[in-house]
Design a protein around this ligand. Structure first.
Ligand code: ADP
Length: 337
């Protein structure tokens, strides 16, 4: 069976990215705020304030950063905190920014302390301080920057240091999508990829796409593969369900790894709590993959619980996987959620 992975593939995503705020589906409250901030900045003829987007992967943080650049008429530069291994890497980007450019910095919670130190005056006062040379010839240089907008993205806003967080004038959280909005995204993607898909099929995909546009788009592409190979001219609801079944995506949108994690918790640990490290080792995946790609959605649909002692499978998880529900008291587990 083909494994459906949930992590990123930026190249694959690019073609389907909306370029204007009006093409961005869903997230109504966030969009309303953003359009006011964009309009106000345009009227002032100044760059929009620095923005922090937080939320699980695949919900549209990168897309929105690109939209802001487009709407503000600036260029779009993008990097990711783990890629900035030396302060010089960050300095290089900051110094090429032009008036009104957008600098998108993904996974900003993973920024090194030295890079953070460079960002503070850059964000607050528009200059950078950096040290040239070594030993006796050390020289501190203060370099002015052009007015730019930093758009930071994070899947773990709790891990951001508070001094860094406070440098963002605008702090917006992306929510999971409801099936109706996701169905519109599926229809749009099918149209752009020239796939003939019925409305009912779009809704079927939307319901199993983990409330996440990136997952929805990926499923659309896999459906196209099946339709091509099986010479199906129009994808209807039944064909969509059949393909999703073959892909191992169940009616809640869980993939094989989600079910494996839950089954392990239930069968080996009577539902948990189990430490994230143990779980990662048992399924041979990185802790981060579980915490960022799998856990948020399962928490959102109440299959997964997070306690100070570890992760637990909820009674709903037991029944979803066909196990008799345990009546274990969770009162002493000190739940966080
Ligand atoms: P993130 O940066 O939060 O991980 P992305 O911005 O890379 O997410 O979005 C992943 C994919 O989902 C992109 O290809 C984009 O086309 C699509 N997408 C995200 N949000 C929307 C939306 N609201 N409307 C249409 N497509 C979207």
């Amino acid at each position: 069976m083909e494994k459906v992975r949930l992590d990123e593939n930026p190249e694959e995503d690019k073609a389907l990215r909306p370029l204007l705020l009006s093409d961005f589906i869903g997230q109504k409250l966030l969009k309303d705020k953003l359009s006011v901030f964009i309009e106000a900045a345009r009227m002032r003829k100044a760059p929009i304030d620095h923005i922090l987007f937080s939320g699980p992967p695949g919900l549209g943080k990168t897309t929105l950063a690109g939209i802001i650049a487009q709407e503000m008429g600036g260029r779009f530069h993008s990097s990711s905190a783990p890629a900035l291994t030396k302060p010089g890497d960050l300095v290089k980007i900051l110094t090429i920014l032009e008036d009104g450019d957008v600098f998108f910095l993904d996974e900003i919670h993973r920024l090194s302390r030295q890079c953070e130190e460079i960002l503070y005056p850059a964000l607050e006062d528009g200059y950078i301080d950096f040290i040239l040379g070594e030993g006796m010839t050390t020289q501190s240089i203060k370099l002015p920057l052009k007015p730019f907008t930093l758009v930071g993205a994070t899947t773990r806003s709790g891990m951001l240091s508070s001094p860094l967080k406070s440098r963002f004038g605008i702090d917006l959280k992306l929510e999971f999508y409801d099936p109706a909005d996701l169905a519109l995204i599926v229809e749009r993607s099918a149209r752009l990829l020239e796939i003939n898909m019925k409305k009912e099929a779009a809704l079927t995909v939307a319901k199993r796409a983990r409330m996440t546009p990136r997952v929805a788009n990926r499923l659309v592409r896999r459906l196209r593969d099946y339709a091509t190979v099986e010479n199906v001219q129009e994808i209807d609801g039944a064909f969509a369900s059949e393909c999703l079944e073959k892909l191992g995506v169940d009616e809640l949108g869980l993939v094989e790894l989600d079910r494996k994690l839950l089954r392990l918790m239930i069968e080996r640990y009577n539902g948990g709590p189990v430490g994230i490290r143990t779980l990662a080792a048992l399924v041979d995946e990185e802790e981060r993959t579980i915490e960022e790609d799998h856990e948020p959605f399962m928490l959102r649909i109440s299959l997964w619980e997070k306690t100070p002692q570890g992760r637990m499978a909820s009674p709903q998880a037991f029944s979803h996987l066909g196990f008799p529900t345990v009546t274990k008291s969770n009162e002493n587990q000190g739940r966080l959620f």
